[in-house]
Design a protein around this ligand. Sequence first.
Ligand SMILES: Nc1ncnc2c1ncn2[C@@H]1O[C@H](COP(=O)(O)OP(=O)(O)O)[C@@H](O)[C@H]1O
Ligand SMILES: [Mg+2]
Length: 385
Amino acid sequence: MDTEQPSHDAVHAASAGRARPRVAVVFGGRSEEHAISCATAASVLRAVDRERYDVVPIGITREGHWVQVADDPRALEIRDGRLPEVPDTGDQVIVPMGGLDQVLRVQRPGEVPRVLGEVDVVFPVLHGPFGEDGTIQGLLEMADIRYVGCGVLASAAMMDKHVMKVIFASAGLHVGPYTVITDTQWRRDPAAALDAVASLPFPVFVKPARAGSSVGITKVLSPDGVEAAVHEARRHDPKVVVEAGVLGREVECGVLQGRGSDHPRVSEVGEVTVVGGHEFYDFEAKYLDEANVRLSCPADLPAQARAEVQRIAAVAFEAAGCEGLARVDCFYTEQGEVMVNEVNTMPGFTPWSMYPQVWGASGMTYPELVHELIDLALARPLGLR
Ligand SMILES: Nc1ncnc2c1ncn2[C@@H]1O[C@H](COP(=O)(O)OP(=O)(O)O)[C@@H](O)[C@H]1O
Ligand SMILES: [Mg+2]
């Protein structure tokens, strides 16, 4: 970690006449990962250094309402099998538009809006659509509010498994054979789409272009199974990506934006191993069958392969124009090749998730990581960067 650069918190708070910069932790949201986002927010709320920052927790309900939430991590944890949820309190947090100020207000029907205070930076602890896909990033850009993590374009591009591959390939990274089925193509000529898929080497993975957590993904062994898999993927996204299966181990690398014009920083490499009858790292394995998933870090890899994962992670991060953080997932094939699979711009972020784990193995604790991300966000300019 570069310790020579000044921390930006003091500068921001001073300019606003306050002792500490104020961080809004935003979580919950409309995606299928609502509960995990709440649990992650609990960890972040615990980890933020209260001597350094004031914290404003803001929840987004499953319906998409922004509400003020008590600063009580315990209420947001997964306890006794109960999944946490942002309660709809009926009030509404209003984000200022137009950049006149960065003051959040809370409105209740029939009441005068109450000032919640100025916010220096937002930490969006949100995954999936309306969180990790550029939409909330666009909202915050419009409001002239700094935020942790990738900007609009990188978030949107890395949410789309087709656009992501185009960017990887243009940066010289090896992308395996794949085909895309847009909604129009499928409705116009499904037979042609199925023919294009049949020319890929099997097995193939049929995926919604813009989902996460493995939802809607099917591993298909022969062309007869493709049509059903496309229907399944289309339940989640009208745009579908089909790619040739890769035989290999799943290895992951954390990336942090460099300070100033420095290169991105890459972490130790971790590995995900799935056992217990799962065909691949599917939704069940990710969330319901954790006993059969092992995260190991550092991964037991030859030095050259480890360096190649880190190189690819940095290239992918820069090619996509990522900011703040990203986790880059690769396959390490039986032939010894490292191939990029995907970039996650808001990776799982509980203390036991892979991203904090790989940084832990690289010497950065969870609270240090949280501070680093907030400080990187405070340091960046508004507008085009
Ligand atoms: N081309 C592929 N070859 C082999 N396994 C794959 C391939 N694509 C996806 N998988 C398996 O499916 C999982 C989820 O796919 P991924 O593209 O990472 O989607 P998500 O964004 O939902 O995590 C991967 O972790 C891996 O286990
Ligand atoms: Mg993945």
